[in-house]
Each structure stands twice: as C-alpha cells, then as structure tokens.
Ligand binder design. Structure first.
Ligand SMILES: CC(C)(COP(=O)(O)OP(=O)(O)OC[C@H]1O[C@@H](n2cnc3c(N)ncnc32)[C@H](O)[C@@H]1OP(=O)(O)O)[C@@H](O)C(=O)NCCC(=O)NCCS
Length: 163
C-alpha cells in the first residue's frame, strides 16, 4: 500500500516545489514562486520561521517521492491556535494524500501544544472543503474578505478542530 509521510522541508526541495506550484490549475493557491531561486529563498525563510514558532512547514512524500507540502501557521496573538494549509502535485489529486497529510500534521500540532486548528478556503475550492470535512473539521461559518488573493479580498469558509 502506498504511504503518505511528512518530513521537514529541505533547500533541495525547491526545484520540485517550483514545478508543482507553477501548475496553472492551482487557481485557489496564492503561492506562485517566480523561480527556483525565489522558492529557495522562501524555504530559507521557512527555516527561520520554524525557529521563531511562526510557521512549521513539511514536505509531503508518497512512497518516498516528494509530491506536496503542508504547514501550520501559528497565530501570533493566541499561540494555541494554528492554521493548516496544504498543496499536492496534480498528478496525485484524489488519492487521499492531502487528507492523510492533514491528519499527520494535526497530530504534530496537538503535540506541540496547539489547542485549536483552523483551515480556511475559498468556497469554490471543493477539494479543500472535502479534505477539511474528511478530517473531521467543523464548519464555523464564512469569513468575509478574509484573504487577499491575487490582489483581491475574498471570502473564505472557516473550518476548525479543537483538542
Ligand atoms: C486541495 C488539494 C490539496 C486536495 O488534495 P488531494 O490530495 O487531492 O485531496 P484528497 O484526495 O485527500 O481529498 C480531496 C477530495 O475532494 C475531491 N475533489 C477534488 N476536487 C474536487 C472538485 N473540484 N469538486 C468536488 N470534489 C473534488 C476528491 O475527489 C476527494 O474526494 P474523495 O476522497 O471522496 O475522492 C489539491 O487539490 C491541491 O493541491 N490543490 C491546489 C492547492 C490548494 O488549493 N490548496 C488548498 C488551499 S485552501
């Protein structure tokens, strides 16, 4: 059986992440690195953010192959709250990868002392809504103009799970 695992991100993941994120079908995802170099810079910033407990990012592997990323951003006002995000290479969509990755990341987060995990997504991002539901997150409502996406403020659904 194919196995989904998480590991810490590495600078050498930049090329693969750049390829995955350059997919024009990632319409709901804000992270569009301009180059492999830019992706390396983002990864380096991520290592610093981990040390400062701002963000904890992971690579998603499938049978050992790098196929996506996920992470938890720590709310800096209430550090017991974290927000999970994820992306998966389109070739692997619909195989339960993001669902498994979210469940693994959630375990890590709760062990870190997080009490409440949030997932937000645009209402049209049906795949992401399904991931949140399959992982047992509860819909709390719609946040109006809560994200800035490609220069526009957009509404999102808020899902959460508490420890
Ligand atoms: C959203 C995303 C992470 C889902 O990853 P995934 O590994 O395919 O997710 P899973 O397979 O665990 O679950 C997705 C479910 O949604 C379903 N789904 C996907 N797209 C869908 C759509 N457009 N309409 C309805 N259902 C959809 C899948 O069939 C699957 O359901 P199933 O388990 O009943 O078969 C992936 O599509 C992705 O990387 N998108 C681009 C980045 C992104 O939008 N990230 C989230 C930002 S909030």
């Amino acid at each position: 059986m194919s196995e989904v695992e998480l590991r810490l991100q590495r600078l050498s993941d930049a090329k693969r992440f750049f390829k995955i994120l350059s997919n024009p079908n990632f319409v709901f995802f804000g992270a569009k690195p301009k180059s492999i170099e830019a992706e390396k810079e983002w990864l380096k910033k991520g290592f610093e953010k981990r040390k400062k407990n701002l963000e904890h990012n992971y690579a998603i592997t499938y049978d050992g192959k790098l196929i996506g990323g996920c992470g938890i951003k720590i709310n800096q006002h209430r550090t017991f709250i974290g927000e999970i995000g994820y992306f998966v290479d389109e070739e692997y969509w619909g195989k339960g990868v993001a669902t498994k990755a979210t469940k693994l990341l959630e375990k890590i987060a709760f062990k870190m002392g997080i009490i409440r995990i949030e997932i937000v997504m645009q209402p049209a991002n049906k795949g992401s809504v399904k991931v949140a539901k399959k992982c047992g997150y509860v819909k709390e409502g719609k946040l109006r103009k809560a994200i800035s996406h490609l220069g526009k403020y957009e509404d999102v659904y808020l899902y959460s799970k508490v420890k």
